[in-house]
Design a protein around this ligand. Sequence first.
Ligand SMILES: [Zn+2]
Length: 266
Amino acid sequence: MPMTLAEARNRLARANRMIANEGVLDAFGHVTMRHPTDPTRYLMSVSRAPELVMPDDIHEFTLDSQIVKPIEERLYGERVIHGEIYRARPEVNAVCHHHAASILPFCISGMELKPVYHLGATMGGKVPFWDSRDDFGDTTLIVAKPEEGASLARALGANWMVLMRRHGATVAGLTLEELTFRTIYTARNAAMQIQAHSLGNVSPLTATETELAGEYNLRPSPVSRAFEYWSARLDKAEGNWKPAKAAKKPTAKKPVGKKGAKKRRR
Ligand SMILES: [Zn+2]
């Protein structure tokens, strides 16, 4: 059953606050998701720091990044980053744009961001660079015009993360939970890559290791485990945490009887 709009607004508001609570988002940046039942719309907060986003702040936008029901509150200036990626990538259901301190040295120096540990493999085999000067010359660096968003979406291509020169990064995911996982662990990977360089030689994952580790870590089990962890950390930070029982293993298969077990041992 698809998620209701109310559930989606609640989960998206929490994802904004969770990624902020983990230090990736600060006063700026935003997390969005595609509308749960209408793929021609996406959900986004009004303009405020992600750490403060509540479900009532979340509104519906068309893929042209126009709000469906106009409101008085101020909207984010960089909506087109999201709208143009949802338009270009039908399989993408969540997007995060941020300026994490660990990512910026790569955006400034042009050094390639590479997976240097297993969880960083979720960035994928390639993280392209987008330089706004290539298409638009000198700008404010804010991606506010539809053609700027479309240019960024082209640079992202079929990848999962794009670095924006002198600005930050934009990350995509098949689900909001996958996006949260990729956003947090790629920012940590960036910090570790820099730290490892200060010690000496950096040996990143091979292309095959990146593919294998990326797939392994993006299975439902690790993604939901991490999402529950960051969710509990958010509740603790907001003073709302209560201990809860661990989720049970899904029981998809029938238990094997003694007879069947005997047969298989032969
Ligand atoms: Zn930005």
